[in-house]
Structure formats: C-alpha cells, structure tokens
Design a protein around this ligand. Structure first.
Ligand SMILES: [Cu+2]
Length: 460
C-alpha cells in the first residue's frame, strides 16, 4: 500500500493548516506500475457545522481517498463491504473491461463480504479526472447520497505541459447531504432526484483554497451529487477549461460559468491576476425541470438560491505563469455506421409507482437492449420527452457530442456524461474500442437510474 497516512503527516508536520485538521485525507499514488489499496465501505461520522451526520465513506473518509495512477499501471482494489446492504465499485470514465474484476457493475458484494478488483489501464489511456462510486442497481442513489465517492486521477500527457506543471493543483469534490435523520423520501422528492440542504466541497462546508498571486491554479472539479446540478462562477475570475470528462481538450476555452451535471468532471485553470483578496466560488440557481403536475406542488429544482460554497484566497506572489496556448489535439471520430435512438421519459408502472424509462422500458437485468460490434462507430440520438433534464452516461467508452437539437456542438471534447435537457435531442458519436462484454448506460440522476432509467449494452 502506498501513500502516507494522516497520522504520519500530522506528527511530522507542524504546518497550521494540517494541525487544524484531524481528518487529513489519505491518498494513494501508484508506484512502479502498481496501485494496491484496501478500500473499506463503512459507516463514517461527519461533522458539518452543528450537524453530526451518520454517513457512509471509504476508509472512513468522505469523499473517499484520491487514487492516482498512470497509463499501463495495474490497479488492485481489495474492496470490503461493511455496509448493511449489498454494494460494489464502478470506475466512472475509465476505459477498462466491463467484465471480470474490472469495471463490472454486475458484481454484487453482500454485507461483510469482499471482492478483489484488479485491472490494467491501457498504455494509451487518456489522462484525466475519473472517479469511483457504488453501482449496485436499486441502491446506487442511497449509497452515493450517504457519501460513497472518490476521485481516480490518471496522470499523463496533460500533466506534462509546462504551464500546467507550473500551476498549483487542487481537487474539488462536490457532494450534498441532508441532516434530516428521516429525509423526505416522498415519491415526489425521489422522482425529481433527492437534493441535500448541506452543500459540501471535499466533505466540508465552505472550505478555503489558495490562489498564488500572479500564478495559475489548476482545479479538478467533480460533481459527485446524486441529483444536484452545480452552476458555478468564481467572483471576478473566468475559468479556462482545459479538460472535460474524458480528458484534455485541444486548447483552453474561456468561460464565465460552468454547469456540472451529476457525474460530470472538468479541469479548469484560474489566473491569479486580480487584486489580491478573497473571492467566493458561487453555486448559482439552475432549473433542471419539474415532474409535470408536481411542479405546481413545489417540487421544482429551481428554488436553490445562490450560495458561496468555497472561498479562494490570494497568497504570496509567484513568478507570473502564462496560460498554455495549446493542449492535447483531439481527432473527430469518423462518420458512423449505425444510428440508434433512445427516448427518455417517465411513466406509471402498476405496482411500482413512477418509473423512469428508456425507449419506454424500465431496466431489466435479463434483457440486452443494445447489441453492438467491437470497433463499430455509432451515433446515438438521445431524445428527452420528459419534463426534467437527464444527464446520460455510458460506461467504458467515451463519446463526442455531435449536436444538440440539430445545432452542431461547438466544442470537440471527450465526454462520458451529457446533460440532455427537457425537450432536447442530443446526438453523440461513440466507438466501442478494445473491450467486449456487457455494460450499461443510464441517467446519472441516480434516483432515476435506480428507478429504471438504465439499459444494457453488449459489445461483441
Ligand atoms: Cu434522469
């Protein structure tokens, strides 16, 4: 096992910011081509302001430990389930087999049992911001809402760009929790997708980050919430987008705000070129729709007010660092051989209540919804007929967005989640590379996924 434990760091370091924290997180970095980690899913207490929460974490941490590896590395995770319900692990965004001991969401690890995950990252795996979380159908939302999620960083070509190496690096994991011991599990709340009133960054309320004066900061941002969207802006600072879900883009893109749907990640640069001061990272309102009639009963997601969720403080000046001019080139996928269509909707199912549907069907373990050939290039048209946004996620292979409502997508980028707004049709292009087997695609509002909005894709 690699990585220093919090106790060791605390005893060796008298730095103020460390000694203040009793829960300095453990992170694990691969060495000599191997990352080997014990990962225990267990009850984990959490103090948020005045609220003492009984959450679930990995190795007693919320979010879980950050894992870092390189293309070609082998990753071994000895997963132990100490939760009162069945769980497993999904490696969101990694291009690895969907079978065996790799990204196999059909694995079930009952309470008290363990499972040894082991896989090797392809040598050409892109560098990027990936993550892990439970994916046991029916209980995914509950487990992720309790805190189970962590970053998995693949180092590589983007990390070698000199301006990016010169930047100071920070990781921000967004999760929302509820202090209500009996959360409102009304049908309406679950149908819309549960949101907690406590918005955390790295498991803390409004933590502080630093920006070196004149310098560059590189942020990895992950939306690990089950339903909440984060529309973000930083006071007086634009974001320079450098990477999306699947890795780097070809050159930085300036943005005044960012929308992160559940499951999405970005990397951005921030320039420390404003008057040294304190700046707020704001979560702005975003309307992700309503459940038809229930919108009139107050079940709308648009009521979230603007709130500051983190603070950025300017620190000592450093040598001015310019923005990189170019990043990593992206080749557009060639024309597709097949077009598939997927409608997203919800409906009543006798005995089950409200269910969420893809092509009018709720998820069924026994049914293969899409049979595809290895190396085939396909366009998927995702048509949202419902009243809510649905962030659509495909496992194992990243895709490129071609158009939204026939309008060509301006940014060429690798994605594995795309938010399909209500009434919108998104066309994406995917190539099934390297791995065969059964995997899934689903809505990343995890309450929707658990209630049927998932299908099985078999690559042969
Ligand atoms: Cu959804």
């Amino acid at each position: 096992m690699t990585g220093a434990s919090g106790t060791v760091l605390l005893s060796q370091c008298s730095h103020k910011t460390l000694s203040r924290s009793q829960t300095f997180p453990q992170n694990y970095i691969s060495q000599d081509g191997l990352l080997s980690v014990d990962m225990v899913a267990q009850e984990t207490p959490m103090q948020l302001g005045r609220n003492r929460l009984k959450q679930w974490g990995y190795n007693g941490q919320i979010p879980g430990p950050r894992l870092e590896a390189k293309p070609g590395d082998t990753i071994k995770i000895n997963f132990q389930n100490q939760l009162p319900q069945t769980s497993n692990l999904h490696y969101h965004g990694l291009h690895i087999p969907p079978t065996g001991t790799a990204d196999n969401v059909f694995v079930a690890v009952p309470p008290g049992e363990q499972f040894s995950y082991e896989f090797t990252l392809p040598k050409k795996h892109p560098s990027g911001t990936f993550w892990y979380h439970p994916h046991y159908h029916g209980q995914v939302a509950e487990q992720v809402f309790k805190g189970l999620a962590g970053l998995l960083i693949v180092r590589g070509e983007l990390d070698e760009i000199p301006e990016i190496q010169a930047a100071s690096e920070q990781f921000l994991v967004f999760q929302d929790f509820t202090a209500n011991p009996n959360p409102n599990l009304s049908r309406g709340a679950i149908m819309l997708g549960r949101e907690g009133e406590l918005v955390t960054v790295n498991g803390k309320l409004k933590p502080e980050f630093s920006i070196p004066t004149q310098g560059l900061v590189r942020l990895h941002l992950l939306n690990a919430s089950i339903s909440r969207f984060y529309r973000l802006s930083l006071d007086e600072h634009p974001f320079y987008l450098i990477a999306t879900d699947g890795g780097a883009i070809s050159e930085p893109v300036e943005l005044t705000e960012l929308l992160l749907a559940p499951g999405e990640r970005v990397q951005v640069l921030i320039q420390g070129d404003r008057p040294p001061s304190q700046y707020q990272l704001l979560s702005l309102p975003y309307d992700r729709g309503t459940m038809g009639m229930m919108g009139h009963m107050g079940l709308s997601s648009s009521s979230n007010p603007t709130q500051a969720i983190a603070t950025f403080n300017y620190t000592e000046p450093v040598a001015p660092t310019p923005l990189p001019k170019t990043l990593i080139p992206i080749t557009p996928l060639p024309e597709p051989q097949t077009l598939r269509q997927f409608t997203l909707n919800h409906g009543m199912n006798p005995g089950m209540g409200m269910v969420f549907l893809i092509n009018n069907q709720a998820f069924n373990h026994q049914r293969i919804d899409v049979k595809a050939k290895l190396n085939q290039i396909e366009d998927w048209e995702i048509i949202n007929l419902g009243g809510m946004d649905h962030p659509f996620h495909i496992h194992v292979n990243a895709f490129q967005i071609i158009s939204r409502n026939q309008t060509p997508e301006p940014l060429l980028a690798w994605k594995d989640v795309v938010n399909v707004r209500r009434g919108e049709t998104v066309r994406l292009r995917i190539q099934y590379q390297d791995f065969i087997g059964k995997t899934v695609y689903h809505c990343h509002i995890l309450d929707h996924e658990d209630r049927g909005m998932m299908g099985i894709l078999e690559i042969a």
